[in-house]
Design a protein around this ligand. Structure first.
Ligand code: SF4
Length: 227
């Protein structure tokens, strides 16, 4: 435990009203990272602390290359859930039969705005391993089984330990050599999905070739046309 695990205020889109705001929730194959190809229930929370999600705000946002719609609760399987139990039951319903190897991937937006220990416990109680994909600016709650941090240039990352560090590349203002001192099991470099896709892929390959700690990660769900 370090200072970064001390309780921090979590400004939730539903703060004061209780419950969870979910953009979408569906069953798919994990498309990125070390668990790529695994069957997973995907739970996308609404809201992010680095961008409002509105195009009008993109140029002034802390994070400007987002390719995800995380605004509102109107996606497939989305909605507002009054309790951890209700949301965990929805996730279990997606999974269906089969009590082994249950995996839920919690993302956003920024999932740490809403994920709490009650939800982690409710998912564990239903046999799920809980994986999280976070920008790392808020500390992960205890009990999460798999932490994937994707750092954004110019932000203060407090979650500097976990299972995988996923660096979207290139990003001016980030020095991969500095990140190599963080306590992660896997260091992944993923080409930025942008107008200059070819150049981004070349840059990511170059990084992995120059610095063997990093491994190239591709967004396979986009290659095969999954959500
Ligand atoms: S931190 Fe993640 S979810 Fe938030 S704006 Fe950036 S890429 Fe999108």
């Amino acid at each position: 435990m370090n200072a970064h695990h001390s309780p921090s205020p979590r400004p939730s889109p539903l703060q004061g009203r209780g419950g969870y705001a979910v953009k979408e929730c569906f069953l798919t194959l994990q498309g990125e990272g070390m668990q790529s190809g695994a069957r997973a229930a995907f739970l996308r929370f609404a809201g992010c602390n680095l961008w409002s999600g509105r195009e009008a705000d993109r140029a002034t946002a802390e994070c400007r290359f987002c390719d995800t719609d995380f605004v509102g609760t109107d996606g497939e399987g989305g909605g507002k859930f009054a309790s951890a139990d209700a949301l965990a039951a929805r996730v279990e319903g997606l999974w269906g039969e089969g009590v082994t190897d249950r995996l839920v991937v919690i993302t956003g937006g920024e999932p740490m705005l809403q994920l709490d220990e009650a939800l982690v416990e409710a998912l564990h109680a239903r046999g799920f391993r809980v994986a999280v994909e976070t920008n790392g600016t808020l500390a992960a709650v205890p009990g999460v089984d798999w932490i994937c941090v994707s750092p954004k240039a110019g932000t203060e990352v407090v979650q500097r330990q976990g299972n995988e560090l996923k660096l979207v590349w290139p990003q001016a203002g980030i020095d991969p050599a500095e990140l190599e001192g963080w306590a992660f099991d896997h260091f992944l470099v993923q080409p930025m999905d942008c107008d200059q896709r070819e150049a981004a892929l070349e840059a990511a390959i170059a990084l992995a070739m120059e610095r063997p700690k990093w491994r190239l990660s591709l967004q396979t769900h986009k290659v095969v046309g999954l959500a």
